[in-house]
Design a protein around this ligand. Sequence first.
Ligand SMILES: [Zn+2]
Length: 225
Amino acid sequence: MKRLIQGFEHFRHQVFPHQRDLFKKLAAGQSPGTMFITCADSRVMPELMFNAQPGELFVYRNIGNIVPPYAQHVSGVVAAIEYAVRVLKVQHIVICGHSDCGAMKALRKPELMRDMPSVAAWLRHADVARYVVEQSASKLSDDECLSCLTRENVVGQLEHLRTLPAVAAAMASGSLCIHGWVYDIAHAQIEAFDARRGHFVALRHGMDNLPEATPHMRFATVSAA
Ligand SMILES: [Zn+2]
């Protein structure tokens, strides 16, 4: 705790005075453009990774960067997504997995969750990744298997995300894009899921088109309007 209190003192005296105007503006409200859903892992620090200012990112974290499908589970993450889309009107939602994820390791070895029934129940929302990877697990090394699980989990959670009515409606109207990323801690690299090509590609500055996790869904009623 001493380390945290010292850290806050540093923030108050060294950081805050230089951004007083920004904090004064933010005290009256927020309008972040992006919701960032990632793992609770302490090594993943979105604001640091993206050099983001306060008020820029609406961050939600849980074990395994999971979004339960609509109507299956009432959860904090689903409520936060509804709020972000309906009230904050974010234009992007990113689901970001990461290398060396403990949740993905536990998916591979369920015995690790023997004394953690809540974790085991929560990670059932990631079963789709486990089933997909199990099919080819015999051909993969341990590292490859973990990396595939991490990617497939991001894709699976994107599918769940699309089942939320608020998300589907915003995507249909063209006001929301969703993205699936994987962050490599050791190399400071991000790969983004490109739905058109069906695989992950390195994210880099100056890309012609930001890979989209899914093309905009267009519904007949919207197209006809
Ligand atoms: Zn993790």
